[in-house]
Design a protein around this ligand. Structure first.
Ligand SMILES: Nc1ncnc2c1ncn2[C@@H]1O[C@H](COP(=O)(O)OP(=O)(O)OP(=O)(O)O)[C@@H](O)[C@H]1O
Length: 592
């Protein structure tokens, strides 16, 4: 029998430690990429090392002779992962015999497995490798670095491709091609980190906080500024991030301190806000009173938008002097904000509500050019009037909206006090239609104005915003597509995990040692337990994903599986193996 080694990871000494996760990934452009000095101690791989002491491993297994099936991984069918000394560059060979789709599918499957925890060490590896082994440049092999869970994601290591590796042939793809956009990944990662962050129980702030308020626990203050007397509400306010015991999600609790509710109807005015869902309004969850803080507090609960800021913090200068004002919001962003806020006002006015709080410190910036009206519903409760003045409040919303635009365009809140000068500045710096919108919003007239008039006036901007939003949604959808392979491969792995080596069937030869299960057991060795010619374990996710993707697709390609004692050898197609998985898993499901 010919021994064709599937040589994948020469000198690749990364250890398999407990608590493994998929870590940094890179394209292999040549062998011997790693400095052995860098690799963690091989001792960690041993069953008796301090790091790895599985309690349920059987004595027989511990004493078993080590398994070195050097010829286990033989190929009958063609495979893109060929020996390094193959006369023909492996990538070129692969290209002749496999569709680009198949390759992409395999690699993107791998890429998506790495996405959530990966950092890329591509530049060093590639540059060193291309110098050392220029002939390996075309090899498509992709590796995954297994790293310890305790290592934090290093954002700065996640570099875009360098010029000398981005100038590739049409059949080659840089590794970033297969990953979610790195900026998007970093943003999502940072947000999720912020959402998970909890207050250190020993921190001084924690001492004065109740352990729970209504159904919320793990309170941590969001705003750490000492001035708690809100200029907007006229009461001392605090805001906290807290976790709901009902759904485990983080929310924002806005506490109005020392507020005594005079009538229950006041708090029920939050109901219509609870029903209102709009992409440019921070959703109101509920409102309640509590004595958990040792006083009478009124609490409003809102959706939590991690790492958000406010229009005021982002664009407005603290000082009222024009000389110190910030330059004002760039026109494109300003129109985007105007369209989003108009749409929010339209929704809430149509629901018979009024924002009553259109001011820059109460408009959250939750993403790039994404704004949301914050703190809705508070004034309806603390200045409760039973909705008598709603029409007037809606008119006030339009005036406040006009003032907001002036402040944003001039970069200072105080600019609304000198309107002629501010409008002069706006005429100079922005398109004429911005001034027209402001004049419409601020003008005094006897009849009521409606947000519909504003929407009619800004229609071309609305259309532009809509097309930009659709474009952005297309981009995000394509990012999502890159991640879809994740679920497919994980489901397949779950099935194999359920089938292989079930302890309750350990002594049942009909389960593992015959037929379908036996093939899958050997296939598991073929996929995961490859060794190189020196007997070192091969840890190569590229190979694993290629096998799993072929198994999932049930292709006709045949592989040779070998028993551990090397006494039997089976030639089987992925199609047959897929059938084995389906039958075995079906059998398992039926016994449940
Ligand atoms: N729903 C929310 N989700 C996430 N963060 C929020 C949310 N609401 C507010 N924040 C954060 O809390 C910070 C403070 O908000 P707040 O409304 O208290 O603004 P402020 O400038 O402190 O105004 P005030 O003068 O009323 O205290 C904001 O900058 C924002 O980052």
């Amino acid at each position: 029998m010919s021994r064709i080694l599937v040589f994948l990871a020469s000198n690749y000494g990364r250890s398999l430690e407990p608590g493994l996760q998929i870590g940094p990934c890179f394209i292999r452009t040549g062998p011997n990429q790693f400095n052995p000095q860098d690799t963690p101690d091989r001792q960690k791989l041993r069953y008796d090392s301090p790091e790895f002491k599985p309690s349920n491993i059987s004595h027989g297994v511990l004493n078993a002779p080590s398994f070195v099936p050097s010829n286990l991984a033989s190929h009958v069918g063609f495979n893109s992962f060929e020996a390094f000394d193959s006369p023909e560059p492996a990538y070129a060979g692969y290209e002749q015999r496999h569709s680009q789709y198949e390759h992409d599918q395999m690699v993107s499957g791998f890429a998506s497995m790495g996405v959530s925890n990966s950092s890329i060490y591509l530049p060093d590896l590639v540059s060193q490798s291309l110098n050392d082994h220029p002939q390996q440049m075309n090899q498509p092999l992709i590796r995954l670095w297994i790293c310890d869970q305790s290592i934090k994601l290093q954002y700065h290591l996640y570099n875009p491709p360098l010029p000398h590796v981005s100038n590739m042939g049409p059949q080659q793809k840089p590794i970033h091609y297969f990953f979610m956009d790195e900026n998007l990944r970093e943003t999502l990662q940072r947000r999720s980190e912020a959402a998970q962050q909890l207050l250190d129980p020993n921190a001084p702030e924690a001492a004065n906080l109740p352990s729970e308020v209504h159904v919320y626990h793990s309170l941590s203050p969001i705003d750490d500024k000492p001035e708690r007397h809100s200029k907007v509400f006229g009461f001392p306010t605090c805001i906290y991030k807290a976790i709901s015991a009902l759904d485990g999600k983080p929310y924002v609790l806005r506490r109005i301190e020392g507020f005594r509710l005079l009538t229950d109807a006041a708090i029920s005015s939050v109901e219509p806000w609870r029903r209102l869902k709009h992409s440019s309004i921070v959703s109101v969850r509920e409102a309640f009173t509590t004595k958990a803080f040792g006083d009478n507090s009124l609490i409003f609960v809102y959706d939590y938008h991690p790492l958000s800021t406010t229009l005021s913090a982002k664009y407005l200068s603290a000082t009222p002097l024009r000389a110190n004002a910030k330059p004002g919001v760039p026109e494109r962003s300003l129109w985007s904000y105007i369209v989003q806020i108009s749409s929010a006002i339209k929704a809430l006015h149509s629901a018979g509500l009024a924002a009553r709080i259109l001011e820059p410190s109460k408009i959250l910036v939750t993403g790039k050019n994404r704004v949301r009206l914050n703190c809705c519903g508070i004034f309806d409760t603390i200045n409760f009037d039973g909705g008598k003045s709603m029409l007037q409040f809606q008119q006030d919303d339009l005036v406040n909206f006009g003032r907001l635009i002036v402040a944003l365009a001039c970069g200072a809140l105080a600019s609304v006090h000198n309107l002629p000068k501010s409008l002069e500045h706006i005429s100079r710096s922005y398109s004429p239609d911005l001034k027209n919108v402001i004049l419409l919003l601020l003008s005094k007239r006897n009849s009521y104005k409606s947000i519909d008039e504003v929407l009619t006036m800004i229609m071309p901007r609305v259309v532009h915003e809509m097309s930009t939003a659709h474009g952005q949604s297309d981009i995000l959808e394509s990012e999502l597509t890159r991640e879809t392979e994740n679920g497919r491969v994980v489901r397949l792995l779950c099935k194999l995990g359920f089938i292989n080596e079930r302890p309750e069937f350990d002594l049942d030869p009909s389960w593992s040692e015959t037929g379908d299960r036996y093939l899958l057991k050997l296939f598991r060795d073929y996929v995961f337990h490859q060794v190189d010619e020196l007997g070192n374990p091969v840890v190569d996710v590229g190979h694993v994903l290629q096998c799993l993707n072929k198994l999932d697709a049930g292709v006709d390609e045949k592989i040779m599986l070998m028993s551990r004692d090397e006494q039997s050898c089976l030639i089987v197609s992925y199609k047959d193996l897929k059938q084995c998985v389906d039958t075995s898993f079906g059998h398992l499901s039926r016994t449940l």
